[in-house]
Design a protein around this ligand. Structure first.
Ligand SMILES: [Zn+2]
Length: 153
């Protein structure tokens, strides 16, 4: 089993793109699980801008479930307070990570995918990118590391 974060396109447009010549549709990141036969497990996710419910059935592919907004059954970040190690939950909140990052972290911990990493911050400085990442070492053990690499690598 594997987990992946990928981008889904919505039908909404962020306010700053409202007057753009070509419509720039909003994209948001979701987390999906891929089973051992390489099939993406279908899930429902809310758009983080307009709240529309998307049926996510493949990587970067979804269809909007019409008439449903802000479904009460979908997970919220606060729900992970009860299932993630407390220090990890606090760390993700501190860095204001998105729901998909909480789902990803939960997946890593549940499936013991140690040595996985999650980008916490990212900043472009001239020709370099630098930032911080979280490394999952083992049960209840995490480390924050800094990284720097050249843009385009
Ligand atoms: Zn939307």
């Amino acid at each position: 089993m594997n987990g992946i974060k990928h981008l889904i396109q919505c039908h909404c447009i962020l306010p700053q793109y409202k007057n753009a010549k070509d419509p720039v549709f909003h994209k948001f990141t979701v987390f999906s699980v891929i089973d051992d036969s390489d099939t993406v497990i279908t899930k429902y996710s809310n758009c983080n801008n307009c709240g529309a419910v998307h049926k996510v059935y493949d990587i970067c592919k979804s269809e909007i479930v019409s008439g449903k907004e802000d479904s009460k059954t979908s997970l919220k970040r606060e729900d992970f307070k009860f299932s993630l190690p407390q220090s990890l939950y606090e760390l993700l909140n501190q860095y204001e990570k998105e729901l998909c990052d909480f789902e990803y972290s939960q997946f890593v911990v549940d499936n013991k995918k140690w040595d996985s990493t999650l980008t916490l911050t990212r900043e472009e400085l001239e020709e370099h990118v630098q930032g911080k990442l979280l490394r999952f070492i083992e049960e209840d053990k995490f480390r924050i590391e800094s990284y720097t690499h050249k843009v385009g690598i």
